[in-house]
Design a protein around this ligand. Sequence first.
Ligand code: SAM
Length: 282
Amino acid sequence: MAHQTDVLDLSELAWLVKSRCGVDLSRYRATTLNRRVLHRMAMTGSGDIEEYLGRLTAEPDEMEKLMDIVTIHVTEFYRDRDVFRSLERGYVPALIDEKTGAGQGIFRAWSAGCSTGEEAYSMAMMIDRAVRNVSPNTHIEVFGTDISEDSCRTARKGVYSDEKIEALPEDIRDGYFEKEGQTRKVTSGLRSLVKFMSHDLFAASPYSHLDLIMCRNVMIHFEHEVRDEVIANFHDSLQDRGLLVLGKSEAMTGPLEDLFELVEPRCKIYRKNVQEDHSRED
Ligand SMILES: C[S@@+](CC[C@H](N)C(=O)[O-])C[C@H]1O[C@@H](n2cnc3c(N)ncnc32)[C@H](O)[C@@H]1O
């Protein structure tokens, strides 16, 4: 029987996952991955990795369960309320104001690793509230992406249990959700602002000219160098002075730090530095 401290040879498993699901496990943190596979082995009563590989090949359900614990989908509306408060009361209105002054009437945001949609809808609500106060004619576009197509499907429906909504302030609950039996559905107005699609963060970024990216509690599972690649992609996707928000326990390190200014350390809010134009220099 495998022990929780065993170091597994995961090469065959990684190959199987890549060929069946297209997910590159070598980019996830090796120690965490090892622990999660050991957990699935214990849950399925597999004595060693070969036995577990046998199950993974024969039982489609097991592949889904493994992917679920490797990618972990835990999320909530307005997760880390103070982050949304800071954005809504300060950084987002200021950016909208700057853009309006420059004749740009659109605000584009991306929830990267959005799980079942709560973060993307929270961003849309927060931006909508900020826009109403500052520049009501500003058009809002929010993109939500996740590697899991299942999660994106749930997100698109916009239907959530009462428990998921009950902790939200009343004006948000009443303004952006309508009752549907025992559940609540995001209003069609808000849903029309948010587009979901499955996307792997290890692929090229599908968006450009963004004003805000939130990527929280996703890269914590990635190897360091992979994290840097993903952040470099975010940098290319943002407008000058656009905002990047990481998870509270995540941080940017090394040369990437020169590309952004950490404007609010407590909330991990970064602003893209204005790029100097060297094209006219001799
Ligand atoms: C813990 S959830 C975070 C949800 C939300 N950002 C939040 O903080 O509440 C992590 C999400 O990252 C997604 N994920 C993991 N690896 C990914 C990848 N390579 N590309 C895109 N999404 C990924 C998972 O499917 C999962 O839904």
